[in-house]
Design a protein around this ligand. Sequence first.
Ligand code: ZN
Length: 317
Amino acid sequence: MSERFPPAQKEYLIKKFPLDPPSLSELVPIINAGLAQNFESAAVEVTACPDLRAAPFHLAGLGISGSERIVDIGGPPNLHPTPKFEKQYSLLSILKDIELDHGFLLGASAGPFHQLGYNSELMPNLAKGLDGQVYNRTHYAKVAEDGGYFSDFIQDNMRDCGLMANLFASEGSPGPVLKITARHRTGPLNFLASIQKSLANKYGERVVSLGGVFLITKGKVNMHVMPDFRREPLEDKDVPRWLKFFDMDAPLVCLSIFHSYDPGLDLRMEHTHCFSLQEKGRAAQGGHYHGDTTPDEVEYEAYFNTAKMLFRVDQPV
Ligand code: ZN
C-alpha cells in the first residue's frame, strides 16, 4: 500500500506509576514453582547479567540495570479497525518522556511505517550513551512479496516506532538479574505465561512487571509478522486471519516485557518480539512470539529484571 503518511502527532499524555516489586531473590522460588508445572526441568537464580552486547545476544546495552522501567505506548486501537497514521513515536523522545537522559530500550513494537513506507514488526534495541552517542541494533521484520518474511537490522537513522510499543528501559548497566532456564515443555502454558501466572497467583493486585531478554536455544516457535496495512477496515475478529504466522528456528533472541496485573491502564500484559541474525547460510528471522511448537525439544534461557516504574504513554481513549 503506497501511502502518504500524515505528520506525527506532537503532543501526548504521559502517566507515571511507581512500582514496588519484590526482590529478585524473593521471586526465585515463585517462578521456579510456576515453571515446574509446565516444564520437565527449570532453574531460577539471581546472577550477574552477562554482557548483552556480545553474542549470542547482540543487544545495544551492556545490561538491564539502573532506573528500570517499563513503558506501554499507544496500543492495538491505533492499528485497527483503521490505522492512526499520526501515531509515530521517536524512541529517543520516549527515553526522555520516561525521564532518562541516557539509557537502553528493548522490547516489542510496530515498525516505523512512516520511515520504511510499510507496516512491520519492530524489535527495538537502542542505547543512548552518557556522551549522547546512539547505538541502534534494532531489527524489523516484514511480510515479503512471496508471502514469506524478511528480517534485518533497521537502518541506523530509523529510530522511531509506530502505533504501539512495549519497552523495558534502564540505564543499561550491569547488575543482578534473574536468570531463568527451562527445557522440555510438558504443560499447556508457554514459557512466559508460566512465569506470569505464578506471579499473578502470588501477588494478586500488586503489579510485578518484568522485562529483558531470553534466548530460545533449541526448538521451533510460532511467530507472526504483520502484513502491510489494508485499505479496508480490519475488525478485531479478522486480525488472526490477517496476521501471517510462521515457524521460526532456534537460536532466537527475544526481547520481552510482561506484567502480573493490570491496575486499569489497559496494559498489554505480555509482548515479545524475537530476531536472529543472518548467519551460517541461514536468513535472518524476526517476528512476534506466541510460543514454542516443539515442546519436547524446546530450551529457554532468560535474563530479566523488575521494573521499578511504569509509564503509560498516549493510552488510546
Ligand atoms: Zn508484537
